[in-house]
Each structure stands twice: as C-alpha cells, then as structure tokens.
Design a binder for this molecule. Structure first.
Ligand SMILES: *[C@@H]1O[C@H](CO)[C@@H](O)[C@H](O)[C@H]1NC(C)=O
Length: 119
C-alpha cells in the first residue's frame, strides 16, 4: 500500500460515516416558505410598452445613441455600415459622417466638439 494509504482510507471512512449519520438523523424538516401577500409586489411597470422605436427599418445595425443636449436633443447613432447618422426633426435619418471601419460599436463626442465613431 502506498504511504498515506491508510490515512486516505480512514478519511474516506470518516466522511462516509458522517454522510450516513447526517442522512439518517437529519434534524432539519423542510417547511415550504409562505407565499408573500400580493401587496409585497410592486405594481406592474408597463412604461416600455408605449415606447417609440426610432429608425426601425431605416438604419443598418445601429449601435449606441448620443443625445446632443446643446443642439436641442439631436440624436446621433453609429451604424454597422460605417456611418454616423443624425436624426432629422421630421424623424428621418441623415447619413451625417462616414467613419468607415468594419463595424461601428459606439459613438461619443470628442473634446473638439466633433463626433467619434468607436470601432
Ligand atoms: C426630413 O427633413 C430633411 C431635412 O430638413 C429633409 O431633407 C427631408 O426631405 C425630410 N423628409 C421628409 C420625408 O419629410
């Protein structure tokens, strides 16, 4: 037998006997948790069901949105085809700046006031 083999066998025997003891003499009796009263739940929040989807069917894989508060809340987005697009007041999208790249994933203002497309 390998050195320490007796210790390993003894350790396994202790673990097995403890497990059998716990299973046979378990003092814990599971009790189902009481159902909380319905008043404990907040009312359903359906606010997102009334949202308006901007650019649906017009934009190619839009990623990220930037709201230019200084320009009256003008919306910008970056699309997968390499364009930074700007929403017109009538809801149409203008291909504002071509940045290129293999797929824009974000948009952010730069320090000089221009816009950055994030690859
Ligand atoms: C929306 O506004 C832009 C910019 O003023 C204009 O070029 C475009 O023709 C307008 N589109 C529609 C559908 O009104």
């Amino acid at each position: 037998m390998a050195p320490g083999g007796q210790f390993g066998t003894a350790a396994v025997a202790v673990v097995v006997s403890l497990a059998v003891h716990v299973v046979l003499n378990c003092p814990i009796q599971p009790v189902p948790s009481p159902t909380p009263p319905s008043a404990a739940y907040p009312p359903p929040n359906n606010l997102l069901q009334g949202l308006e989807k901007l650019g649906e069917g017009q934009l190619s894989g839009p990623e990220d949105v930037y709201v230019d508060a200084a320009a009256g809340g003008t919306l910008y987005t970056a699309t997968r085809d390499g364009w930074l697009q700007r929403m017109q007041p009538n809801g149409t999208w203008e291909r504002w700046r071509f940045v290129g790249g293999s797929g824009l994933l974000g948009i952010a203002p730069s320090a000089d006031g221009s816009m950055l497309g994030l690859d």
